[in-house]
Design a protein around this ligand. Structure first.
Ligand code: PLP
Length: 384
């Protein structure tokens, strides 16, 4: 038989998935590897889905999503971030991941370059590579609070650079970009005529400071902001995400999405509408709960003299294990073997985290803290 696609065969494996699969075989393992809230979707959202099914919202929708949901999103984003957008600037997809993929496909061609953060969510690189674009990594250093370095970005940009991915609050860093940092990034994008793909799926999970949406400072339609229901409302399985972009981009994204998904699930869209229009207590309670877990986990690491980055948002914490003479892949496997703790190996996010592991704070508190204690014991035992 002929060979499978060369471009897609070169895609890297996800280190997180590998750890998930290995740890699934260990019944009493502590799971700190997955980026998923440890709560069920709030009841009023589930009830809205049941009502939608019973009322017959069970067919295809427009590829852009239900008009009522797009209107609700416009109101929500106007309230939260002062965005003045119309519904033709909003597109609903099957999770933020599909919005990001469709957005990149609408913007970039195979021979173009995309700037992606290192460390960054692994799917950005996969998206770029899957369509034959080149991924160029810009570094976010722990000692700079994981902020981008504009001088480095200037060195990386070439005439072929088409877009830059930014992610605030960040995965895996938990760093939240300030208004000044966002303004600098936008000025850089304008200077080099780049599109800005702004991944804001953790916008409801900021502990210190506030989330600033880059879309609020977009003067010429080059920013595409991506939001989602998964993280804020514990709706990972419902698969709902949104893109906010200029109408020319949303129209092309719609064309890209038709042969891929036709539309997002009608029932999930109705549930997502309820999440936005309904009470927001759940988001606030979860944020407070993640914050408490962050503080407790960070204190345990500090007491054990382990260097961890205290995140301002999202629900992850990076733990520096460079004192141990092993790669993050080895560290993650050894932690699972010796301590029965599953973590995400830093190698999966880029080269700067090749001696770090990421833990998820979206884990039940006693499990999380037991996992942290075991990581500290492991480091103490194996320190050079
Ligand atoms: N963006 C980032 C930074 C993420 O961490 C994730 C999920 O882990 C996503 C996007 C995808 O979210 P969704 O479930 O909406 O596809």
């Amino acid at each position: 038989m002929k060979e499978l696609s060369k471009t897609r065969s070169r895609l890297p494996h996800s280190g997180i998935r590998q750890l998930m699969e290995l740890s699934a075989a260990i019944p009493d393992a502590i799971h700190l590897e997955v980026g998923e809230p440890n709560a069920n979707t709030p009841l009023h959202i589930r009830e809205a889905a049941t009502a939608a099914m019973n009322e017959g919202f069970t067919g295809y929708t427009s590829v852009y999503g239900f008009p009522s949901l797009r209107d609700a999103l416009c109101e929500h984003l106007a309230r939260r971030y002062g965005l003045t957008i119309t519904s033709e600037q909003v597109l609903v997809t099957t999770g933020a991941v599909t919005a990001l993929t469709a957005c990149l496909q609408a913007i970039a061609d195979a021979d173009e370059e995309i700037l992606i953060p290192d460390p960054g969510w692994p799917a950005y690189e996969m998206m770029a590579l899957a369509q034959g674009s080149a991924a160029r990594r810009y570094h976010l250093r722990m000692e700079n609070g994981f902020a981008p370095d504009l001088e480095e970005l200037e060195r990386l940009v070439t005439p072929k650079t088409k877009a830059i991915f930014i992610n605030t609050p960040g995965n895996p860093t938990g760093a939240v970009l300030t208004r000044e940092q966002i303004m600098e990034l936008l000025a850089f994008a304008v200077k080099h005529d780049l599109y800005v793909i702004s991944d804001e799926v953790y916008d409801g999970i900021v502990f210190d400071g506030t989330h600033i949406s880059p879309k609020a400072f977009d003067t010429d339609g080059r920013v595409i902001s991506i939001f989602g229901a998964s993280k804020n409302y514990a709706m990972t399985g419902w698969r709902i995400g949104y893109a906010v972009a200029n109408p020319e981009i949303t129209a092309l994204m719609g064309k890209v999405l038709l042969p891929l998904i036709s539309c997002a699930s009608s029932i999930s869209q109705k549930a997502a509408e309820a999440s936005i229009r309904g009470p927001q207590d759940f988001v606030e309670e979860m944020r407070e709960s993640y914050k408490q877990r962050r503080d407790k986990a960070y204190d345990l690491f500090t007491q054990a003299n382990v260097k961890a980055f205290k995140p301002d948002g999202a629900f992850y914490m990076l733990v520096d294990m460079s004192e141990l003479d092993r790669t993050a892949d080895e560290l993650a496997l050894d932690l699972l073997k010796e301590e029965k703790v599953a973590v995400a190996p830093g190698t999966t996010f880029g080269e700067l985290t090749s001696k770090m592991v990421r833990i998820s704070l979206a884990t039940e508190e006693s499990q999380l803290l037991e996992g942290v204690r075991r990581i500290c014991d492991f480091i103490a035992r194996h320190k050079r």
